[in-house]
Design a protein around this ligand. Sequence first.
Ligand code: AMP
Length: 200
Amino acid sequence: MSNIKSVCVYCGSSPGNDLAYAEAGEQLGAALAAAGMKLIYGGGTTGIMGAVSRGVLENGGEVGAIIPSFLVGRETTKAALTMFTDVTVTETMHERKHQMFERSDAFVALPGGIGTIEEIVEIMTWSQLGQHRKPMVFANVKGFWNPMIAMLDHVGSAGFIHTASLMRPLVVDRVDDIIPTIVNAIVKDDEGNPSVMAKM
Ligand code: AMP
């Protein structure tokens, strides 16, 4: 039995131009439901965000949606929000991101755009600064994240990554491997509970 109760998924509000991205989203959603892990995400019903939440809900899983009020009507509808297990409407993007961080035991980045990149990079910066030890996974669907991984390698080899052991995102090619990778990576404290270190 894993200690991971909830997983935050960052991903595109657009579908991208390869069906494999949305398929990966639905597959990850189904896997979270099967594992009894709650999806924490930004509440969007479009693009890959919609695919992940659909995958969870269609398989009887739980979804915690966190969305700023100004995005209701843009990334989701009021009616769609009633499908979720719980919904938190925040004032700001910052509040949304903070709640997504606090309420999740691990983070996964599926393919996405600028918002997705910003969110996973912020989680990596907090890890590097020792603010958490929660697993961070790049779901490398069809090599989508290769340029990001090359960038991180470049930054590291140029000597700009300090405390490299704390800033270690995992890279997973197959969606089916995401949850087992997270479960294996979790750092436990002396009582066997997930060790998250200081909260932001
Ligand atoms: P995108 O990957 O750009 O489609 O955005 C995916 C999700 O990230 C959407 O829910 C956006 O609202 C959100 N997002 C967009 N910009 C930001 C940002 N600067 N910080 C955090 N999340 C963002």
